[in-house]
Design a protein around this ligand. Structure first.
Ligand SMILES: [Zn+2]
Length: 126
């Protein structure tokens, strides 16, 4: 593995290599990242590399952090302020969590807010 790469597709998509000295969460995110690259079929995008990487990161964050899981984690931890704990709860690396939180759609934000408020109301009634 060269440089700072955590993983890479080799042998024309027949092999995904993962860096050994990473956490399980990092390997999970990296493997999903490389699989999304393969699914998209764009392994060499030249000048569009940054754009493609951004799209892949966003897709990985949506797949590994479904809204229901994010909601449950925030509820269990009592908030989203402790990002390290939230990432650990969700079994993702901090980069994937940051991307997921920063790219939530307005409808997802509304759904998350409503779900958390509803739960708080239920707790206050119980
Ligand atoms: Zn990539």
């Amino acid at each position: 593995m060269t440089g700072d790469l955590l993983g890479e597709v080799r042998d024309d998509g027949r092999l995904i290599a993962l860096r050994a000295d990473t956490s399980a969460a990092q390997r999970r995110c990296t493997l999903t990242h490389e699989l999304v690259h393969l699914e998209r079929g764009i392994l060499d995008c030249g000048p569009w590399l940054q754009r493609e990487e951004g799209l892949v990161h966003a897709e990985v964050s949506r797949r590994l952090i479904p809204l229901a899981s994010l909601t449950a984690a925030i509820r269990a931890l009592g908030g989203a302020d402790d990002r390290a704990a939230l990432a650990q709860w969700l079994d993702v690396d901090s980069e994937t969590l940051t991307i997921r939180l920063s790219r939530m759609s307005s409808s997802e934000r509304t759904a998350l807010r409503r779900s958390l408020a509803r739960q708080t109301l239920l707790w206050s009634v119980a």
